[in-house]
Design a protein around this ligand. Structure first.
Ligand SMILES: *Cc1c(COP(=O)(O)O)cnc(C)c1O
Length: 579
């Protein structure tokens, strides 16, 4: 999937990249033996054998890929889940059959090497974890795993098994790091499920003779907590008893144990509370999110998050033909960063070229659709002369996948009159009966109408392959989170870089730029938003029919969002913040 058109071939290139980071201390701070360490419970990187659940995992994979291209020493520590979930979904006899199927995954098939085992203590038992690794240029993926490790996000979020997985990643992963001879220069915690990694470090320092308070200060200075959530109140809690079984037995230092015990409130603990205490550096994933995330320190002080908006690994998610064009026009450089004069260079883009690149993208999408059935088990093809709308993201409440169906007559009219199709994709979370009912309702609605049945398609088992293909081959992307609830979102970035028109509410990373940078939906009520959505859908189909309008909107999107989208920009922002 990853195609490098402009790899950094020489050491001069790498030095040039480092020189762009204003801090010259970076080369001294990071080395192969003292890498940037990135901790994540979820990685979405099927090429390396690990399937994630959503944006959190995609971000982790993209961060590593960008680091590899930029020759930054980075070690990503994550579990290797021995089995993964797939969505089986079919509408049969007017009833939705939505099943989750598990399949086994074998790490040896993905080029990992077994290193050794490490032990953690859980529930009065010694649990042996396999340490496996895969080197990828300047980066590596270091995993802990064992046959009973289970699946990503299995059980409830405050349950024993989740705690076990998180403890295994933290304490097991920290030992794994030492096993392969690495010392972390920095620990980035991708959400609070990775808290135990920083705790393991604190415990090591405090039990090896460092004064406890010095150990706290040192750990705090070298730990970055990246928050993706909005409200602390919504987070699951663990109770003291669970920590007695899974956490405390792994601590050597009585002072650390005391410190942690003191953080319980009425016998319960939220990992965010202690993650904030152990990480002095804190970041949010978009400007809006960093501003509105509502978190407090134990002292009651509101937490300030540094906004570092997510980016995507451009070569992973963009049609190679589009990258080549943007590079030839002098819009992006070999680091996939916008050039100094990218705004003027964007003006050289022509509608003809946009159309021909989209046609290439449509062909790539249709190729993928040959292997990805719709809700009837059929293999659809989207005609090359038809316009394509798409909505692709986890099927969850706040993203409102039903919004475009709020007025089926309007949707039908737009699709029919403008020869357009509509594809939506997104997995329903296991056990989310509300959203299961929503999906069933939508699929029945489509099934009962001739025009909708011909032009609207649901693609089950949404994953990276579908996400990428839809960004390449669609003309208009729809993104409708309830304003204030999307931390960043990255699928819309994939749509913009592939020269699609974005219709969106002003939320997450989209709100990094002014609301006239794309086709904005707003309103005081959901009904108003729905009305505006259909206006925007009409605006978008009309733009695709008029060269001047098409050029204008695509250029406006790129001028505004290109710096945001670039994953290289994101990594540069992190390195600037940290060193
Ligand atoms: C890009 C991508 C995401 C990110 O989705 P958002 O809803 O924008 O956060 C999630 N899942 C897959 C498979 C992706 O490719």
């Amino acid at each position: 999937m990853i195609k490098k058109l402009h790899p950094l071939e020489s050491i001069e290139d790498v030095e040039e990249f480092y020189a762009r980071l204003e801090r010259s201390s970076l080369t001294k701070s990071l080395s192969p033996e003292r890498p940037y360490t990135y901790w994540t419970i979820e990685l979405y990187d099927k090429a390396n054998g690990i399937r994630g659940g959503g944006g959190l995992g995609v971000l982790a994979a993209d961060t590593r890929r960008v680091a590899e291209q930029m020759n930054v020493p980075l070690t990503l520590i994550t579990p290797f889940y021995p089995s993964e979930q797939h969505q089986e979904c079919k509408l049969e006899n007017n009833k939705l059959i939505n099943r989750t199927r598990s399949s086994k995954v074998n790490y040896a098939e993905f080029g990992y090497n077994f290193v050794d085992t490490v032990n953690i203590r859980c529930n009065n038992q010694l649990v042996s974890l396999d340490v496996i690794e895969k080197n990828l240029g300047s980066t590596r993926i270091l995993c802990i795993t064992e046959p009973g490790f289970g699946e990503l996000y299995s059980g409830d979020s405050g349950g024993d098994h989740r705690l076990y997985q998180e403890v295994a990643l933290g304490f097991g992963g920290y030992q794994a790091l030492k096993l392969v001879g690495l010392k972390p220069a920095i620990m980035q915690l991708n959400e609070v499920a990775t808290f135990f990694a920083a705790l393991a470090r604190l415990d090591e320092l405090a039990s090896n003779g460092m004064d406890f308070y010095e150990a706290v200060v040192y750990t705090r200075k070298h730990t970055l907590y990246t928050n993706h959530t909005l409200v602390q109140a919504a987070e699951a809690t663990f109770h003291y008893d669970q920590f007695e079984h899974y956490v405390f037995p792994n601590l050597k230092s009585p002072a650390v144990k005391k410190w942690l015990s003191d953080k319980f409130d009425h016998g319960r603990i939220k990992l965010s509370t202690v993650t904030i205490e152990i990480a002095e550096l804190r970041s949010g994933v978009s400007k809006l999110h960093a501003r509105v995330a509502n978190y407090h320190e134990l002292s009651g002080k509101k937490v300030k998050f540094k906004p570092i908006t997510n980016g995507i690994d451009v070569p992973t998610w963009t049609a190679p033909e589009v990258i080549k064009y943007l590079n030839e026009q002098g819009i992006i450089d070999k680091f996939y960063l916008p050039t100094e004069d990218y705004e003027t260079k964007i003006d050289t883009i022509t509608a003809n070229k946009i159309r021909s690149l989209k046609l290439t993208g449509r062909k790539a999408l249709n190729k993928v659709l040959e292997t990805r059935p719709d809700q009837y088990g059929n293999h659809i093809q989207i005609p090359e002369d038809a316009l394509l709308f798409e909505f692709k993201r986890r099927f969850v409440d706040y993203k409102r996948p039903w919004l475009p169906f709020a007025n089926p007559e309007k949707l039908k009219k737009i699709l029919k009159e403008h020869n357009a199709h509509y594809i939506f994709a997104g997995r329903v979370h296991e056990g989310d009966t509300r959203m299961y009912d929503q999906l069933q309702k939508l699929l029945k609605l489509i099934d009962g109408d001739k025009i909708l049945k011909e032009r609207v398609h649901y693609l089950p088992d949404y994953d990276e392959e579908l996400g990428r293909a839809l960004s390449l081959g669609s003309n208009i992307a729809i993104n409708t989170p309830i304003v204030g609830l999307e931390a960043c979102g990255t699928s819309w970035m994939k749509d913009i870089i592939n020269l699609g028109i974005l219709i969106s509410t002003h939320d997450g990373g989209v709100a990094d730029c002014p609301s006239d940078s794309y086709f904005n939906i707003s309103g005081n009520t959901e009904a108003e938003e729905v009305k505006m959505l259909y206006f925007r859908m009409l605006d978008a189909v009309n733009a695709w029919k008029n060269d001047f309008d098409l050029e204008y909107i695509i250029k406006t999107e790129l001028k505004n969002f290109l710096p945001v989208i670039s994953g290289t920009r994101m990594l540069k922002d992190y390195l600037d913040f940290l060193f």
